[in-house]
Design a protein. Structure first.
Length: 262
C-alpha cells in the first residue's frame, strides 16, 4: 500500500506544486493528532496512515478504518486569511470526496456539513481542525477518512454503534478499488477545491456542495446551549452555515458545524 505514492505525487505536476512533504506512517493513533503536534506546520504537508488505531470523528466520535482496507489521511494547509469563510473548508473537503466518488461512476450525497454518503449510507467523513500558536491561528488540518474496501463483516465485527449506517466504495461499487490510485485522485480533487477557495470562488464551492446536499428540507434535531431543537434544514449561507427553521417557534437559527447532533 502506498508503495509508489511519493513518486506519483512528484510526477503529477498539479499535485507536486502543492504538496511539500509526504509522511507515510505504518501505524498511528490519528493522522490529525499527528499533524497537530508537528512543530513545523508546513503548508501542503500530507500525512497518510496505513493503519489508524484511534481515528477521531466530529463531535468527539470515533472513526473506524480497518487497517489497509480504507484510506485515512490529513493535509496541513495555511490558515485562511479570510477567516469569515473558514467554514467553507468543511464544504470544499466534502466536495473533493464527492468529486472522487463521481469519477468512479458512483453517486455521492452530502449531509451537512461534510458526511459523504452513497445510497444513504456513510462512506466518508471529514474532520477539519485548526492549530493555534499563542492563541493565534497557524494552520488548518483537513482529515479525511474514506471507506474503500471494507465489507459488512468488518463494520460489524464488534458492537460499535454507528450514528449513520456505514458503507464502502467496494460495497456500493461491487468491486475492489486501489487505495493507491484513490489517494492520488482524492488529493488532486482536494487541491482543486482548495485552489478555488484561494481564488475566492466561494460560489462555485457552495453551488457544487448544494447540488449534492440531501438533507435540505428534511427534519433535523439540533443541540444548542443544551437545548434540543427540532426543525428543517432550509439552506446554507455564504459562510457554509446551516439555516435551520425551528418548528415550534418558526425561528431561523444559523448554525455552524459544531451544533448539529442528528
Ligand atoms: C466524521 O465523520 O466524524 C469525521 C471522520 C474523520 C476521520 C478522519 S481519518 C483521518 C483523520 N484522522 C482522524 O483521526 N480523523 C480524520
Amino acid at each position: 500500500m502506498f508503495v509508489d505514492l511519493e513518486e506519483r505525487i512528484r510526477k503529477e505536476e498539479k499535485i507536486s506544486s502543492f504538496i511539500n512533504n509526504v509522511v507515510i506512517l505504518e501505524e498511528i493513533d490519528s493522522t490529525n493528532s499527528y499533524a497537530k503536534q508537528l512543530k513545523d506546520q508546513v503548508d501542503g504537508t500530507l500525512i497518510v496512515a496505513k493503519e489508524q488505531t484511534q481515528g477521531r470523528g466530529r463531535n468527539n466520535r470515533t472513526w473506524k478504518s480497518f487497517g489497509e482496507k480504507n484510506l485515512t489521511f490529513s493535509l496541513i494547509v495555511n490558515y485562511p486569511e479570510d477567516k469569515e469563510v473558514l467554514g467553507l473548508f468543511s464544504l470544499l473537503s466534502a466536495n473533493s470526496v464527492a468529486a472522487t466518488i463521481e469519477e468512479l461512476g458512483l453517486i455521492p450525497e452530502i449531509k451537512w456539513p461534510n458526511d459523504i454518503l452513497i445510497n444513504s449510507r456513510k462512506v466518508s467523513g471529514v474532520l477539519c481542525e485548526a492549530v493555534f500558536d499563542n492563541n493565534k491561528p497557524r494552520s488548518l488540518i483537513i482529515g479525511i477518512g474514506l471507506n474503500v474496501n471494507s465489507n459488512k463483516d468488518d463494520f460489524y465485527s464488534d458492537d460499535f454503534v454507528y450514528r449513520l449506517e456505514p458503507t464502502s466504495l467496494s460495497i456500493e461499487g461491487k468491486k475492489e478499488y486501489s487505495s493507491n490510485d484513490l489517494v492520488v485522485i482524492l488529493i488532486k480533487n482536494l487541491i482543486n477545491w482548495i485552489t478555488l477557495f484561494r481564488l475566492k470562488k466561494y460560489e462555485t464551492i457552495l453551488s457544487f456542495w448544494r447540488s449534492r446536499w440531501i438533507d435540505i428540507g428534511s427534519e433535523l434535531v439540533v443541540t444548542q446551549d443544551q437545548m434540543v431543537l427540532k426543525g428543517d434544514a432550509i439552506d446554507i449561507n455564504s459562510k457554509g452555515e446551516l439555516l435551520f427553521l425551528e418548528k415550534e417557534t418558526k425561528k431561523v437559527h444559523v448554525l455552524n458545524s459544531g451544533e448539529l447532533s442528528t
